[in-house]
Ligand binder design. Structure first.
Ligand code: GLA
Length: 434
C-alpha cells in the first residue's frame, strides 16, 4: 500500500502501543500515580523521509482520509478531532522541543488495530508514534521519559487536557509487567500481576471521543477548582495550587486525612461560578480569565466535593493495589478485584464518568466470574477491564459474549476487538530496515 500511495518503499517503521488502565482513573492530571499496562494492539507507521518539506499522511483504513501539509506550518484544528491532527501533535511537539523552524518532510502510512474511541488510548498511541517517527527522521535522541513528557504536553494541542498516563505507558511499557506510573518527576516501576488471574477487556461498544465533548475538560477544571478551595480553606497560597496532590503535599497529610478535610471544607451541592468567586475572594472576570480554560468558560455548575472524594480515594486504591500485588497474600485476586469494583463505583457515582452500558457490562462480567470489573480510560463509553481467575476464562468469555454482545446485536463489532484477554505488552519501538 505504501508503494502504491507514494511510489517508493518505507525506510523504517515505528510502533507505539495502546494501553489498558488497571486502576487509577482520572487522577493522573491531579498529580497521582496510576497503574496501566500496554496492550499488544498498536499504531504502526511506515516512514520515508523526503526532501520536499511536505508531510504526506495516509492511513490503511479507508475511513481516514489522506492528508498533506507543509512541515513548517503545522495547524491543528481544535474544533475537529480528525485522525491526522493526532499525528500533527506528536510531530509539532518534537519540532518545538528542538526549536526547529525548517523541518524535513516525510511520507507516512499509518496502520492501527487499537479500537478507536474505546478508552484504550488509540489517540495517544498515534501521538507517541508520530513523535518517535519525527525524532527518528531528525536523527535526534531523547530518553523515553523525555519523549513521554513531550508527547503528553503536545497532545493538548487537540484541545483535551489529559494527564500523562497514556503517553508514559506507551513509551515506558515492558513486556510481562504492569507499571506504576508516578509524575513530577515521571517514573515507571514494575508491578507484577498475579499469575492466577487474567485481565479481560470488554468493549461496551459505546463510542466516546474525549476530544469531541467537554466532559473531560470539565472534570479537569472541577479538580482544579476543588484543589484551590481546599487550599484556601487550609490557608495555603491557593493561587499557585493547580492539582489536588499539591494540597496534600503542602499539608503533609495522608490520603485518608485528605478525605476528611474534603468532607469538612466542601459541600456536596454543586457550586455556581459565583459561589466559587465568593469562596476565593475574586471576581467572575478573574475566575474566567485566570482560572477557567477556554472550554469551561460557560459551565454553570461544578461538583467539587464528589470529584475530590473520587480522586483522593482512587489514589489510595492504586497504592493498595500495588501493595497487594507485592505482598501476594492467598486471596490476592479477590483483594485486587474488590479494589477494582470500588474504583468503578467511585467513577460511576462520584466522578460520573460511566454510562448505563458500562454499568451493565461490569455487572455481567462480575456475574460470570470476574472478581472485579471497572470502566477503563476516560469513560462515558469505551471498555471495561475485569480480573478473572485463569481457570474461569473460557466460560467467562463465552457467557459475557452471549449476555452482552449476542443478545443485542453488538456482535456486529468484530468479536476480537470487543472481548479479549490481554497481558502486559512492550513499549514503543523503531524498526530499521536491515
Ligand atoms: C484519558 C487521559 C489520561 C487519563 C484518563 C483517565 O485517557 O488521556 O491522561 O486522564 O483519560 O484516567
Amino acid at each position: 500500500m505504501f508503494n502504491s500511495k507514494f511510489g517508493s518503499v518505507p525506510k523504517f517503521y515505528v510502533r507505539a502501543p495502546g494501553r489498558v488502565n488497571i486502576i487509577g482513573e482520572h487522577i493522573d492530571y491531579c498529580g497521582y500515580s496510576v497503574l496501566p499496562m500496554a496492550v499488544e494492539q498498536d499504531m504502526l507507521i511506515a516512514v520515508e523521509p523526503v526532501k520536499t518539506h511536505v508531510l504526506q499522511l495516509a492511513n490503511t483504513n479507508p475511513l481516514y482520509l489522506d492528508f498533506s501539509t507543509s512541515a513548517n506550518n503545522i495547524q491543528i484544528d481544535k474544533t475537529k478531532p480528525l485522525w491526522h491532527n493526532y499525528f500533527l501533535c506528536g510531530f509539532k511537539g518534537i519540532q518545538e522541543h528542538f526549536g526547529l523552524s525548517d523541518v524535513t518532510g516525510m511520507n507516512c502510512l499509518v496502520d492501527g488495530n487499537i479500537p478507536p474511541s474505546s478508552g484504550l488510548s488509540s489517540s495517544s498511541a498515534l501521538v507517541c508514534c508520530a513523535g518517535l517517527v519525527t525524532l527518528t527522521v531528525l536523527g535526534m535522541n531523547l530518553s523515553k521519559v523525555e519523549l513521554a513528557e513531550i508527547c503528553a504536553k503536545s497532545e493538548h494541542y487537540i484541545g483535551t487536557e489529559g494527564g500523562g498516563m497514556d503517553q508514559s505507558i506507551s513509551f515506558l511499557a515492558e513486556e510481562g509487567t504492569a507499571k506504576l506510573i508516578e509524575f513530577s518527576p515521571l517514573r515507571a516501576t514494575d508491578v507484577k500481576l498475579p499469575s492466577g488471574a487474567v485481565f479481560v477487556i470488554a468493549n461496551s461498544c459505546v463510542e466516546m471521543n474525549k476530544a469531541a465533548t467537554s466532559h473531560f475538560n470539565i472534570r479537569v477544571m472541577e479538580c482544579r477548582l476543588a484543589a484551590k478551595l481546599l487550599a484556601k480553606h487550609k490557608c495555603l497560597p491557593w493561587e499557585e495550587v493547580l492539582r489536588l496532590e499539591e494540597v496534600q503535599a503542602k499539608l503533609g497529610v495522608s490520603l485518608e486525612e485528605m478525605l476528611l478535610i474534603t468532607e469538612d471544607a466542601l459541600h456536596s451541592e454543586p457550586y455556581s461560578p459565583e459561589e466559587i468567586c465568593r469562596c476565593l475572594g475574586i471576581s467572575l472576570q478573574e475566575l474566567k480569565t485566570q482560572i477557567l480554560s477556554p472550554s469551561t468558560q460557560d459551565v454553570l455548575s461544578f461538583k467539587l466535593y464528589q470529584r475530590a472524594k473520587h480522586v483522593y480515594s482512587e489514589a489510595a486504591r492504586v497504592l493498595q493495589f500495588k501493595k497487594v500485588c507485592e505482598e501476594a497474600p492467598d486471596n490476592t485476586v479477590q483483594l485486587l478485584g474488590e479494589l477494582m469494583n470500588q474504583s468503578h463505583v467511585s467513577c460511576r457515582d462520584m466522578y460520573e464518568c460511566s454510562c448505563p452500558e458500562l454499568d451493565q457490562l461490569v455487572d455481567i462480567c462480575r456475574k460470570f466470574g470476574a472478581q472485579g470489573s471497572r470502566l477503563t480510560g476516560a469513560g462515558w463509553g469505551g471498555c471495561t477491564v475485569s480480573i478473572v481467575p485463569a481457570d474461569k476464562l473460557p466460560s467467562f468469555l463465552a457467557n459475557v459474549h452471549e449476555a452482552y454482545y449476542q443478545r443485542s446485536n453488538r456482535s456486529l463489532v468484530p468479536e476480537k476487538q470487543s472481548l479479549f484477554a490481554t497481558k502486559p505488552g512492550g513499549g514503543a519501538l523503531v524498526f530499521l530496515e536491515a
